[in-house]
Design a protein around this ligand. Sequence first.
Ligand code: Z5A
Ligand code: MG
Length: 234
Amino acid sequence: MPKRGAFIVIEGLDRSGKSTQAAALLRRLQDAQVSAKLIKFPDRTTPIGKMIDAYLRSESELDDRAIHLLFSANRWELASSIEATLRSGETIICDRYAFSGLAFSASKVRPGSQSYPLLDYDWCRTPDAGLPAPDLTLFLDVSTDAAKARGGYGEERYEREDVQRRVRDVFVRIGDQVEAGGGRWEVVDADESEEAVRDVIWDAAKDLVKGVDAPIEKLWDDKREVGNVEALYM
Ligand code: Z5A
Ligand code: MG
């Protein structure tokens, strides 16, 4: 059986350098003659993506649950093509994925509160359950000071220091949960130079991009977390 492509997700806080690193990894793979493509969420080009774009630019208002479900639907639009691409042997680098959806929605707080959640964490996780699961997630962890020093910070809806702090807390919880479920979640210090981050990412991904023997897993597949199918029905 020929190997399938690897599914590599780059996640992280705002201005952590995700798009920069995703493009650099793609170039490196192309130079090494590895068949690879880059995708990005939100995909603002689809009809759902256009609604998301208007919301992020504060050109429209949407209920917090509605926008959460739209972000997820935007991923489901591409789910079967992601699987087909991986099966064809092509590697996918994905700039943000379901973990951003969970982190940004579950970190929202009720008006006037700094800590009382608006949306339940498990409610936020559910719509993405069953999407193709990444083989590797690289979480680019940037300090607020470094992020603020980079271009464009503060132009869109969630680009505020208090929001980013809460989002980071949820990302830490997500990373623990991914690892508990048998997934690979690597934290990368994104305060470092572009070149240093590039090297850390390459080190983490270089074996995977030779091809993957294992089947494509499903995201938040609770059977994996429990580790025993029967246990689900007891
Ligand atoms: N969102 C959500 O709520 N739910 C979801 O399901 C999803 C997303 C998928 C828009 O995302 C928002 O959507 C986002 C989460 C939410 N809100 N926030 N905050 P987006 O991906 O479209 O956002 P973006 O506009 O691309 O920004 P970004 O992704 O946060 O930036 P980045 O990709 O991490 O950074 P970058 O563009 O690569 O780099 C930023 C600048 O820093 C640029 O000038 C670089 O040259 C510079 N840079 C990069 N790396 C370095 C290093 N190492 N040192 C110094 N300077 C650097
Ligand atoms: Mg980006």
